[in-house]
Design a protein. Structure first.
Length: 291
């Protein structure tokens, strides 16, 4: 969902309800029991002790089909999967778009954005936008400004250097270990991902490059078989891709992106050839100017 990400600005900030339906007072004799409405209601609390499991299941299915309920049932008998899936899908698409806007600088550091204004740009309600921004707040990309919205965090060169250092402490030892254990044919399988980063860098779209760059690093680390490692490393990688204050393209421009991408193919060449000295040199260099 790549829409409305340019020119964000604004301030300011919905809820829904749901009701139920009970049987009317003029309901007739229950065709299953032959009893009147009053008698049927009086026996509800004791049904589980009187009726067998099979009878309860049949009655429960019948009631569910008609949309009826009794006071002994839970407040929410049936979930509403379509509604929840819809919200999750919209929230996810908005989150992807907002992350891309952070990388490209369309969401500018230091600026406060409100959920309703962003929602209008995306053509959705404010709720999924607010939920997506709250996720970004957990990731450290934005901070909540009470009664106004969310301010994009201003980042400096020191924070970027710290992220690069932490990433190198995590990823470099893993890659060097994998260089000793992973066969050449497995490394060769990652060639399409490495080449995709070059195409993305050449396109000049920083958001596209950021995604392909993470995909390559994720695939490399996944060979270690440690899901927690992959998750933590990707979170650090994403944070390192946000632009610095006063820049639209972060620490690297288009030329820098292309050079960074070519390091991926060079690294694969060294890994396939089993040249560990070159591997060590490349992974160390890669994080000094990491994107």
């Amino acid at each position: 969902m790549r829409q409305g990400t340019k020119g964000f600005a604004g301030a300011g900030d919905t809820a829904t309800g749901q009701g139920g339906r009970a049987p009317g007072p003029g309901a007739g004799v229950d065709p299953r029991t032959g009893a009147g409405p009053g008698a049927g209601r009086a026996r509800v609390p004791a049904q589980s002790g009187v009726r067998g499991r099979e009878g309860d299941a049949v009655r429960g299915r019948d009631d569910a089909v008609r949309g009826e309920h009794t006071h002994s049932e839970p407040a929410a008998v049936l979930p509403r999967p379509r509604t929840s899936v819809q919200r999750s899908s919209v929230r996810g698409q908005v989150l992807v778009a907002l992350r891309a806007a952070l990388v490209t600088g369309d969401l500018r550091p230091g600026v406060v954005y409100s959920a309703p204004v962003l929602a209008e740009r995306f053509g959705v309600s404010a709720t999924p936008v607010r939920e997506a921004m709250q996720q970004l707040a957990l990731e450290g990309a934005v901070e909540v400004v009470p009664n106004r919205g969310f301010r994009v965090v201003e980042r400096g060169a020191r924070e970027l250097a710290e992220l690069a250092e932490v990433r190198s402490l995590i990823e470099v030892p893993v890659v060097l270990r994998l260089a000793r254990t992973v066969p050449a044919e497995r490394w060769a399988e990652l060639r399409p991902l490495a080449e995709a980063t070059i195409r993305a860098a050449s396109s000049g779209c920083r958001a596209t490059y950021a995604e392909s760059d993470r995909a390559f690093h994720r695939a490399v680390l996944a060979l270690a078989g440690n899901e927690q490692l992959v998750r933590i490393a990707e979170d650090l990688h994403r944070r390192a891709q946000w632009p610095l204050v006063g820049t639209a393209l972060g620490p690297l421009g288009r030329v820098g992106l292309v050079a960074d991408a070519h390091q991926h193919t060079a690294l694969l060449d060294a890994l396939i050839a089993g040249d560990r000295d070159v591997v060590r040199s490349l992974v160390g260099e890669h994080f000094t100017g990491a994107v």
